[in-house]
Design a protein. Structure first.
Length: 366
């Protein structure tokens, strides 16, 4: 199989550019565990097998023309988003040094996974289905830590009509780019981007979660006692795989370490994004503090025609900030489920799911 890149592509955009539009259309973040494969949409197939009565071999044309197409606008984020903050505020962690830009908010279009699974029909009893998983795999290229990329989600989530789990063929009304999974990828709103498998070629209904490295030995919040790889060994099988992501927000403007000139009223502009927890969306409130959390000021949440339960919220405000150096601004989001960002977040070895207050620090205000 020919490859477009020799090494995994991993990058994130500048924050001010990231929040410049509700739908992130350019310079999205990229997270990969393998090279980018060169796939042909005309010959590509997705096999559905496992505990089903009628295994399916689906072409891209079949996915597009024989199933009803649905669209969902949702934020997709790496579980390691904000890892840099955990690394620098608490202590060293393992993994790519993501800052605050490993997230995108896009419109995804394709058939619902539940419709495809319904056509295959389960060979599991209703009781067995409660604990079953749907495993996703890409076998196009070998990965850094396994021979293929594989993960899974609970079957119950895949079958929920309101969960909007898609096999996406389009991103922002255009065919997927190879960087984002062409010709088909999984989209699971509210769930860590690690489950949104790119270049999908196999779906398996099974009694337990995927056995792949990326399900069983990565993307887990390990106890603080797991201080290194050796200590982590006793916890991998005991801890659950990350599925839903926590409520979060970040400050994009001003950026940490920057110098900001106040306007004639002594105010500065403060902007950022906020993300709901798993099923808890939408975000209903974002507050900002310029006095280290003593007082909080509610921000303006920007509205958009395509916003919904799974999408992010862009927000902005203008506040008076005293002149000086070493200033800190915090943000905290609250979603419709009542979940709010905590002031602090526990450390974990892989540095994932960091959601303490958003922070712009080391600011010089003039």
């Amino acid at each position: 199989m020919p490859e477009l890149e020799e090494k995994p592509l991993n990058r994130e955009p500048e924050l001010e550019q990231l929040i410049s539009s509700f739908i992130t259309c350019t310079k999205n973040y990229d997270r990969n565990h393998s090279a980018l494969p060169a796939l042909d949409a005309d010959t590509h197939r997705v096999r559905l097998d496992g505990a089903v009565k009628h295994p399916l071999e689906l072409s891209i044309a079949a996915l597009k023309n024989t199933f009803t197409q649905h669209s969902v606008v949702c934020a997709l984020q790496c579980a390691g988003n904000r890892r840099h903050t955990m690394r620098t505020k608490i202590k060293e962690v393992q993994g790519i040094d993501w800052f605050d830009g490993a997230v995108m908010n896009c419109k995804w279009t394709g058939p619902r996974l539940r419709d495809i699974l319904a056509r295959a029909q389960f060979s599991l009893s209703e009781e067995q289905q409660k604990d079953a998983h749907v495993a996703f795999a890409c076998n196009a290229v070998p990965c850094e830590d396994d021979t293929y990329y594989g993960v899974s989600i609970p079957l119950s989530r895949a079958m929920r009509e309101d969960a909007d789990v898609l096999l996406a063929l389009e991103m922002n009304d255009r065919p997927l780019s190879v960087e984002h999974g062409f010709p088909v990828r999984v989209i699971v709103p509210g769930v860590a981007g690690a489950r949104a498998v790119k270049w999908l070629d196999r779906i398996t209904v099974q009694n337990s979660e995927s056995e792949n490295f990326y399900q069983r030995r990565d993307y887990k919040i390990l106890p603080e006692a797991a201080v290194d790889c050796e200590a982590a060994k006793q916890y991998w099988d005991a801890m659950p795989s990350v599925q839903e992501m926590p409520v979060n927000s970040i400050i994009a403007v001003p950026g940490s370490g920057s110098t900001v000139v106040r306007d004639v009223d002594g105010m500065i502009a403060i902007k950022g994004y906020a993300l709901p927890s798993g099923d808890g969306g939408p975000v209903v409130k974002v507050e900002v503090s310029v006095d280290k959390g003593k007082t909080w000021h509610e921000t303006e949440l920007l509205s958009h025609v395509d916003e919904g339960r799974w999408s992010w919220k862009l927000w902005q405000t203008r506040l008076v900030v005293p002149v000086g150096q070493g200033k800190i601004i915090y943000s905290r989001a609250t979603d419709a489920a009542g979940k709010s960002q905590p002031a602090a977040c526990k450390w974990n070895l892989r540095g994932i799911c960091y959601n303490a207050y958003g922070e712009a620090n080391s600011l010089t205000i003039e």
